[in-house]
Design a protein around this ligand. Structure first.
Ligand SMILES: Nc1ncnc2c1ncn2[C@@H]1O[C@H](COP(=O)(O)OP(=O)(O)OP(=O)(O)O)[C@@H](O)[C@H]1O
Length: 357
């Protein structure tokens, strides 16, 4: 089992003496769809490019199917990469764009034709084979770029923000296409994106990176419901999880302003007076009439989004908090409300970020 996947061991990268990837250990099972997410500059693309062989590894090892590929050329790794920019040859037809890499590798003409036809059928671009890239829409160009990866029949597909040049609607349909492609081909896919929805919907495993280190690896459900720390909790989910600073009162409660919230910590007990963070997602906050186990807030701004509304509020001690509000009486700027988060939905963190349980 282990030997068929991809393994990164102690992978580091420095640019001119400055280390940006600080020792990544990661196992990717064969056939998995893995998404790298993290803030700009955290090293997602650099890591992907090291896997592709486009960037040298400063230290550590990358193995694919038990074979050390760390020092191999990109063409020898059994991988194919799809770029954000498509990188198509403008003067060549779609057919020639698809077959070009194989032609360079001196693949037999009939084999090229077979693979091009098969990729075109999978991507439903058969009718576009004689066109040039300039005569295609953005979505069609991206299909050709993906097709060029498919014809190489790689073990692993790498995607570097492949949909970020497309408009919102096309992104959704291409995202569904990529999910279908993964189901049909069953190959390992590694995907870099800024887009939360892409990460949550495509991934079997999400790798959350920060400053060149892995913060958490888990299924979309795990990183959303069971974040390892306040960084992951804040990064996954939109709008982000509210982090409200509260003072531990010593009697299983923590206070925010004049209100007090029950805090169920079985493993770590803070000391009395210590600050902790209450993590509460906007979608889990309920406007309640009771004041018990609720935060008193004042509404600053309401945002109407059709199916839902966001209430931008402030706690009594001036901390910002966002609540999602679906149905109920009209709420306006300046209103005072009480927000309750069901205990099983709350997550607790130390002020330095570590998860408290
Ligand atoms: N060729 C390079 N020379 C020097 N530093 C680089 C080079 N490429 C990347 N870096 C640095 O390495 C770090 C990681 O960059 P990388 O592009 O991998 O981040 P990223 O997570 O993909 O960011 P983004 O989401 O903005 O694309 C950044 O600090 C970046 O400035």
């Amino acid at each position: 089992m282990t030997k068929n996947g991809m393994r990164l061991t102690g992978v580091r990268k420095s640019f001119g003496g400055l280390e940006v990837i600080h020792g990544i250990d990661l196992y990717i099972p064969e056939g998995a769809f893995v998404v790298f997410v993290g803030p700009s500059g955290c090293g997602k693309s650099t890591l992907l490019r090291m896997i592709a062989g486009l960037e040298e590894v400063t230290d550590g090892e990358i193995a694919i199917k038990g074979r050390d590929v760390t020092d191999l050329d990109p063409s020898e790794r059994g991988i194919a990469m799809v770029f954000q920019s498509y990188a198509l040859y403008p003067h060549m037809s779609v057919r020639d764009n698809l077959g070009f890499g194989l032609k360079m590798a001196r693949t037999d003409a009939s084999e090229i034709e077979r693979r091009v036809r098969s990729a075109a059928a999978i991507l439903k671009i058969d009718h576009l084979l004689d066109r040039r890239p300039g005569q295609l829409s953005g979505g069609q160009r991206q299909r050709v770029a993906i097709g060029r990866a498919i014809v190489r029949e790689p073990d692993v597909f790498l995607f570097d923000e492949p949909l970020s040049n497309l408009d919102a609607e096309l992104r959704v349909s291409m995202r569904i296409e990529i999910a279908r492609l993964h189901r049909e081909l069953g190959n390992t896919m590694i995907y870099v994106t800024h887009d939360q929805t892409e990460a949550m919907t495509l991934a079997d495993k999400i790798v959350v990176l920060r400053d060149g280190r892995i913060e958490q690896v888990g299924s979309p459900r795990e990183v959303y419901e069971d974040p390892a720390n306040s960084f992951v909790a804040g990064f996954i989910g939109s709008p982000r999880m509210n982090m409200i600073e509260a003072t531990w009162s010593g009697d299983e409660t923590a206070s925010v302003g004049n209100g007090s919230i029950k805090v169920d910590l079985s493993q770590t007990k803070p000391s009395t007076g210590e600050k902790i963070l209450l993590g509460m997602r906007p979608e889990h906050l309920i406007v309640t009439s009771g004041v018990d186990d609720a935060l008193q807030v004042t509404v600053d701004v309401t945002e109407y989004l059709g199916g839902t509304r966001y209430l931008y509020c402030q706690t009594e001690d001036g901390q910002a908090i966002i609540a999602e509000y679906r149905d109920g009486p009209e709420i306006d700027r300046g209103d005072t409300l009480h927000l309750h988060c069901p205990p099983e939905r709350r997550r607790y963190f130390a002020t330095q970020g570590e998860r408290l349980r």
